[in-house]
Design a protein around this ligand. Structure first.
Ligand SMILES: Cc1cc2nc3c(=O)[nH]c(=O)nc-3n(C[C@H](O)[C@H](O)[C@H](O)COP(=O)(O)O)c2cc1C
Length: 369
């Protein structure tokens, strides 16, 4: 797979001068680590190779809620895309080789993606948005997105034709999609392992954020005053179960439902089937759309629970009925999906900037020695 920058024909026989190679590789990794990841788990490791960068999955950072490593691969695909853009800044074109997930790749022994660079590329304007792109969980303006903006976002992934984006734009359909998100968010809150995962990833104090440089800084959640304190009490699974028993779960799922309903649009990103390569390419596409949206002054907020529960191969039997309803209603709402796999959905729209940005581990911590 040769990465498409808006370049001329790559010269496959030339290689990057050894004196420039390290500089380009460093630029690639610096860009890669700014990619988004589920709960900011940053599930990657990098190694400089003879002619590029190898990208490894770091299994110690995977989340129990991930299914078929779809979210880790989304993050790695996004990191690969950033690295490609970083290489293109130095006039390099990238070739990506993907290795299927097996014992060796899942245990981080072999790279899941190898990026080989050659002279022959030109900078891509999307590079400039790498630092400003972020998740924004504030409320968005509910006015519709301009058709030209949606077309520009679609166009940003024209070089990755296996990825499809379906847009939900009408008020009634956004409302319906918000209900589906609340439905699957509720399953997430009812699963003990996912509850533990959430509180393992949450960083309540700035000192914890600085110490780990990963996870969900609670300030990025844009919670109303006092709700952060309430959230702390929900760390106990016993208290969380009580919330469910008292039928108070809608208090937890309601804000996202309304946020989706009141956004400019919902983007549903899908790939033809579940596979390592498809998810990597899907991750690359997601990053390109997100960068393009950032350049257009639009905010984006991933909605992860629906894609994860729809992909579960062995769901909790108690959830099967709800998942089936969610699957049927999603198909009715987005018939263009057919048998495709939803990799991620987003609400998209105009908003103020996030109150706080999430930080990353240092480059030195993500290099394989
Ligand atoms: C595959 C994937 C799934 C995500 N799912 C959610 C989600 O369900 N809810 C949410 O608020 N953020 C979600 N996020 C956003 C991450 O929490 C965010 O990317 C990470 O904290 C880093 O922050 P940044 O995007 O601002 O750089 C997801 C991101 C990725 C890549």
């Amino acid at each position: 797979m040769i990465a498409q920058t808006h370049s001329g024909e790559p010269d496959m026989n030339r290689s990057v001068e050894p004196s420039d190679l390290t500089l380009v590789q460093e630029s690639m990794v610096q860009a890669a680590i700014l990619a988004p990841s589920p709960d900011n788990n940053q599930p990657w490791k990098f190694k400089f190779s003879d002619q590029g960068v190898d990208v490894f999955l770091d299994p110690s950072r995977s989340l129990p809620s991930d299914e078929a490593s779809m979210f880790d691969l989304t993050a790695i695909g996004a990191a690969v895309e950033n690295a490609i853009l970083g290489a293109a800044e130095y006039g390099c074109i990238s070739e990506i080789t993907c290795r299927d997930l097996d014992d060796a790749t899942l245990q981080g022994q072999l790279p899941v993606a190898s990026i080989t660079i050659r002279p022959g590329g030109v900078p891509d304007p999307l590079f400039d948005a790498i630092e400003s792109r972020c998740t924004c969980r504030k409320p968005y303006a509910s006015g519709p997105l301009d058709t030209e903006v949606i077309e520009a976002l679609n166009h940003s992934i024209s070089s990755l034709p296996s990825v499809q984006v379906d847009w939900i734009t009408s008020a009634a359909e956004k409302k319906q999609f918000g209900k589906l998100i609340a439905m699957t968010d509720s399953l997430r809150f009812r699963t003990e392992a996912f509850h533990a995962e959430l509180f393992r990833q949450l960083r309540f104090k700035p000192s914890e954020v600085q110490a780990t440089r990963d996870g969900l800084d609670v300030r990025t959640l844009e919670l109303p005053f006092g709700v952060t304190t309430m959230l702390r009490t929900l760390k106990s699974w016993t208290v969380m179960q009580l919330v469910h028993r008292l039928r108070l779960t809608p208090l937890l799922t309601g804000p996202s439902k309304i946020a989706v309903q009141k956004s400019g649009a919902v983007a549903v990103v899908s790939v033809p089937a579940a596979s390592t390569e498809n998810f990597l390419i899907g991750g690359r596409a997601i990053q390109r759309i997100w960068l393009k949206a950032a350049q257009a002054g639009l905010s984006m907020h991933p909605l992860g629970s629906l894609p994860i529960f729809l992909l579960q191969s062995q769901p909790n039997p108690a959830f099967e009925k709800t998942i089936e309803i969610a699957r049927r209603e999603t198909s009715n709402l987005v018939p263009e999906l057919g048998n495709r796999v939803i990799q991620l959905a987003f609400r998209v729209g105009k908003s103020g900037p996030p109150t706080e940005r999430s930080i990353r581990r240092q480059v030195s911590s993500v290099m394989v020695q």
